[in-house]
Design a protein around this ligand. Structure first.
Ligand code: NAD
Length: 326
């Protein structure tokens, strides 16, 4: 089976060459999949895509006309795929539902600790022979209240680490997890009580701009907000307003609503034209990473293995349970 792999980086190729089934023939394209690049998939049976590839109705329609029968996502989130259209066109969509949730949970904690103890500043200071501590004052994580919105695989892995720190947990999820039963509360109470709020729910019509001026108004002054889930969970302009009036004391983002035009590329020689993103970067209490929370050796291995399994199952006329559309 021939597969057109979009948004393909060297680490994707390395992963597939090491772990994928020999019956799969991959063609790698650095470009993101969209209406302009879709023709690159000509002659293939499937496309393999990542978080910022466009699988909206027009792209799926063109893929279908070219004979593409399967979309293999190399990720868990699927907010970039129009599942109804895929179903109507008879295109199978499969994902990697769980690959090392600990990878994302550990990055979430790294963001909390970096912002709290200002490691990003300390690193530069010490390299400049500046050993002064002014401006580096942090707080103990022990005893602080952390609100987790979404307690699926990643939220639960994050909760387990935070329990080890001695944090008090407040959780909100539309499908509570038995392990965290005593921690569930209302969203309103979570906003009001939490010193740190971390987002781990998917981006859906219900969760789009969950963090907006109304939810921010309910939060503690100086709250730390962390988003390693999807950029669209946050109304970025409302967040910038809350940084300016100091409602938000610390902001950690691994994802950004308009990241598709920015992340995963080296733009150091170019002008970034996104003024909202550039404004975010001006705040000293904002830490941004470029969608790297998943990026561990273990996660990459699992992604290439499970994606390969999904493709092999399809080629053999089977299902393996990872299908969103069968
Ligand atoms: P999951 O499906 O295991 O858990 C998601 C949880 O969110 C579920 O328990 C679900 O009930 C809950 N949820 C759904 N709608 C909700 C709502 N309206 N309010 C509250 N909770 C709601 O998914 P996961 O593996 O834990 O991943 C969570 C998200 O993390 C993914 O959707 C993806 O967007 C993101 N992610 C980011 C990276 C990264 O590198 N930054 C990597 C993997 C996943």
């Amino acid at each position: 089976m021939k597969i057109a792999v979009f948004s393909a980086k060297k680490y994707d190729q390395d992963g597939f060459s090491q772990w994928a089934d020999a019956s799969l023939q991959f063609r790698y394209f650095d470009s993101r999949l969209n209406v302009e690049t879709v023709k690159m998939a000509a002659g293939c049976h499937a496309v393999c895509v990542f978080v910022n590839d466009d699988l909206s109705a027009p792209v799926l329609q063109l893929l279908s006309e070219m004979g593409i029968e399967m979309v293999a996502l190399r990720c868990a989130g699927f907010n970039n795929v129009d599942l109804d259209t895929a179903k109507a066109l008879g295109i199978r969509v499969a994902r990697v539902p769980a690959y090392s949730p600990e990878a994302v949970a550990e990055h979430t904690i790294a963001m909390m600790l970096t912002l709290n103890r200002k490691l990003h500043k300390a690193y530069n200071r010490v390299r400049d022979d500046n050993f002064a501590l002014d401006g580096l004052l942090g707080f103990n994580m022990h005893g602080k209240t952390v609100g987790l919105i979404g307690t699926g695989r990643i939220g639960l892995a994050t909760a387990r680490i935070l329990k080890g720190f001695g944090c008090k947990l407040l959780c909100y999820d539309i499908q509570p997890d038995a392990e965290l039963t005593e921690h569930y509360t209302t969203l309103e109470n979570l906003y009001q009580q939490s010193d740190i709020i971390s987002l781990h729910c998917p981006l859906t019509p219900q969760t789009k701009h969950l963090i907006n001026q109304h939810s921010l108004a309910q939060m503690k002054d100086g709250v730390m907000l962390i988003n390693t889930s999807r950029g669209g969970l946050i109304d970025t302009k409302a967040v910038i307003h809350s940084l300016k009036n100091r409602k938000i004391g610390y902001l950690g983002l691994d994802v950004y609503e308009q990241e598709a035009d920015i992340f995963f590329e080296n733009l150091s020689e170019q002008m970034i034209e996104d003024e909202v993103f550039k404004r975010l970067l001006t705040f000293p209490n904002v830490l941004i990473t470029g969608h790297q929370a998943f990026f561990t050796r273990e996660a990459l291995q699992q992604i290439s293995q499970i994606t390969s399994d999904n493709l092999v199952a399809f080629a053999g006329g089977q299902s393996n349970g990872n299908e969103l559309v069968n």
